[in-house]
Design a protein around this ligand. Structure first.
Ligand code: AMP
Length: 115
């Protein structure tokens, strides 16, 4: 079980965020420090998983829901193309240990991050 984080407070409404999507299981809101024209975080409401590896192993349907919400947001806020990033581990840049997808879209450089 992940410890309480800033995202726990957003889920509880204790820290304000502009909720763009809310389902029974997930919420999405803009990243405070956007790295692209569209930069939205999609997070599960459960605090059970601190990274995507744990989430994928325990609840693949919830991971699939996060991907579906990412696609919907990219279609609503950009042209439907998107980059999906899960930083996993501190040395990979993860700062909030409540699993979250970064959805980046709109005016992305036309190259992938690798290759
Ligand atoms: P990561 O570095 O992958 O753990 O991503 C954490 C993200 O959370 C960073 O991109 C932060 O900008 C973002 N963040 C932190 N606090 C907030 C907040 N209150 N509202 C929205 N985004 C936040």
């Amino acid at each position: 079980m992940a410890a309480d984080t800033v995202f726990t407070k957003i889920i509880a409404g204790e820290i304000p965020a502009k909720i763009l999507v809310e389902t029974e299981n997930v919420i999405a809101f803009p990243d405070l420090n956007p790295q692209a024209k569209v930069h939205i975080l999609v997070i599960p409401k459960t605090t059970e998983y601190d990274n995507v590896t744990q989430l994928a192993a325990a609840d693949p349907a919830l991971l699939a829901e996060i991907v579906g919400v990412a696609q919907k947001l990219a279609s609503e806020h950009a042209n439907g193309d998107y980059r999906l990033i899960f930083n996993s581990g501190a040395s990979a840049g993860q700062t909030v240990f409540h699993v979250h997808a970064h959805v980046l879209a709109g005016d992305l450089e036309e190259r992938s991050l690798v290759g």
